[in-house]
Write a protein of this length. Structure first.
Ligand SMILES: [Zn+2]
Length: 130
């Protein structure tokens, strides 16, 4: 039995096919299991992490993503999205004093956002794009 990593292309195909079968997959772990089952064949046992599958699904816009968050206090504010690695943009609002106040951060690459308290992704819900 050999171990070989499937290409991003193989994984992307498996993600699309899993989601068209199931319509909705309500956790990253579940999507991982389904995709691994799909890319596995008789000769090869593939090792693909849940994180890699999630990253491909999001960066290639293969899925619609809904995020559930839990809040945590920051040790320091983020510069990069914890989900897709894109740059975060500041969400600002004007104050009555004419200045601006930072309300939070929003990702330029996916739907992640956070207030000044950190939104930690707690659950991913993937649905097929139609
Ligand atoms: Zn992002």
């Amino acid at each position: 039995m050999s171990h070989k990593l499937p290409s991003d292309e193989d994984i992307a195909k498996a993600i699309v096919s899993c989601l068209s079968e199931h319509g909705i997959v309500n956790s990253q772990k579940k999507l991982g299991e389904l995709v691994r089952r799909k890319v596995k064949d008789e000769q090869n046992s593939y090792v693909v992490s849940d994180r890699r599958i999630r990253r491909i699904a999001i960066s290639r816009k293969l899925v619609d993503l809904e995020l559930k968050y839990k809040e945590e206090k920051y040790s320091n504010l983020p510069h990069k999205c914890p989900i897709c690695g894109s740059r975060l943009k500041r969400l600002k609002n004007m104050t009555i004093f004419g200045g601006t106040v930072t309300l939070g951060y929003i990702c330029s690459g996916c739907r992640y956002w956070t207030g000044l308290k950190r939104n930690v992704p707690a659950r991913y819900i993937f649905t097929s794009r139609r």
